[in-house]
Design a protein around this ligand. Structure first.
Ligand code: 6V0
Length: 332
């Protein structure tokens, strides 16, 4: 006798609810931080994990499944075969090769591009309507590569870009001013890396432009203080990696936040890597870099047109050139 017996004249299983499915490719430190944040925040009905290492993959899957009694229900599957990702709404790619001692960044990048040519085509094939969210570094170039390899329209190919840099920036400003980081609106745009650009002119605290806020609160500041905060953002990934070997928690929360905006159609503005050609005077070629973009169920809904100072504009174009130069070295 079945434990659950349908009530008379009913067929409850005939109702097919559309499940939200997220796939995470690469179950290293970053992929697992993202996976566990997605599960604990109840963002998906189904989660599929893929990695090239079957034992590590199965171990991570079991470890997450064993927390089921404490978490919202999410069906978790894992396989080295990409068919496990079929029908995903969102595919997050964190797989990547690690830098060998003495290896140049360009060489590492070439290896990662080769790796992506084995990852993106099967992901795109099994989930042709999905949104691709690239996290592996260098994220801007690899997002461009994924756009080309997938054949997806550019609104469905996004790089996590400077979303994390911006949250580090908001934390540091909030800490400096002793306010809540969620009340700090501040963007870092451009390359996720050394040439990123802090948009000081548009920062606001609780809706008040930062310069008025500093004057109102009679907080003394110098341009140097601002530059040091940006420098601390650029240095922070290196610092965390040198201290604990990798970064994971902040990127986990930051990517889960993007997943929420996309799949729950939040229409929030995030600094993420998008096809930037035609915006802010960037016209040198097809380049992905971070701009404040509105995200929703259709992926990138649009790029916001915020006022930049001449200096910010110049730095942003320089950042685009830096990425384009790397792309030309790769023959892209
Ligand atoms: P990791 O712990 O080495 O994990 C990488 C995973 O990828 C491993 O489990 C590998 O087995 C797997 N992998 C390698 N090749 C393949 C393949 N062909 N197919 C499937 N899986 C494969 O690295 P970690 O998790 O620390 O970092 C992952 C990537 O995220 C790196 O490129 C980081 O630089 C990048 N990050 C990007 C950030 C951002 O803001 N965009 C932030 C942090 C890290």
């Amino acid at each position: 006798q079945a434990f659950f017996k349908p009530i008379q004249n009913s067929d409850p299983h005939s109702i097919t609810k559309r499940n939200i499915k997220i796939s995470v490719i690469g179950v290293g430190n970053v992929g697992m931080a993202i996976a566990q944040t997605i599960i604990s925040q109840d963002l998906a009905d189904e989660l599929a994990l893929v990695d090239a290492k079957p034992d590590k993959l199965r171990g991570e899957m079991l470890d997450l499944q064993h927390a089921a009694a404490f978490l919202p229900r999410t069906k978790i599957n894992a396989s080295v075969d990409y068919s496990v990702t079929a029908g995903s709404d969102l595919c997050i790619v964190t797989a990547g090769a690690r830098q060998n001692p003495g290896e140049s960044r360009l060489n590492l990048l070439q290896r990662n591009v080769a790796l992506f040519s084995n990852i993106i085509p099967p992901v795109a094939k099994h989930s042709p309507d999905s949104i691709l969210l690239i996290v592996s570094n260098p994220v801007d170039v690899l997002t461009h590569v994924s756009w080309k390899l997938s054949g997806f329209p550019s609104n469905r190919v996004i790089g996590s870009g400077t979303n994390l840099d911006s949250s580090r920036f908001r934390f540091l400003i909030a800490d400096h001013l002793d306010v809540n980081a969620q009340d700090v609106q501040a963007f870092i745009v451009g390359e996720h890396g050394d040439s990123s650009v802090a948009l000081w002119s548009s920062i606001s605290i609780g809706g008040v432009p930062v310069l008025s806020f500093l004057q109102n609160q009679q907080i003394a500041f110098e341009k140097e203080t601002l530059e040091n905060i940006h420098k601390a953002v650029v240095d922070s990934a290196y610092e965390v990696i040198s201290l604990k070997g990798y970064t994971s928690w902040a990127i986990g929360y930051s990517v889960a936040n993007l997943a929420r905006s996309l799949l729950r159609d939040q229409r929030k503005i995030h600094p993420v890597s998008v096809l930037a050609k035609g915006f802010y005077g960037i016209d040198g070629g097809d380049v992905f870099l971070s701009l404040p973009a509105q995200l929703g169920r259709g992926g990138v809904l649009g790029v916001t047109n915020i006022h930049l100072t001449d200096e910010e504009m110049q730095r942003l174009r320089k950042s685009a050139e830096t990425i384009l130069e790397v792309q030309s070295q790769l023959g892209l």
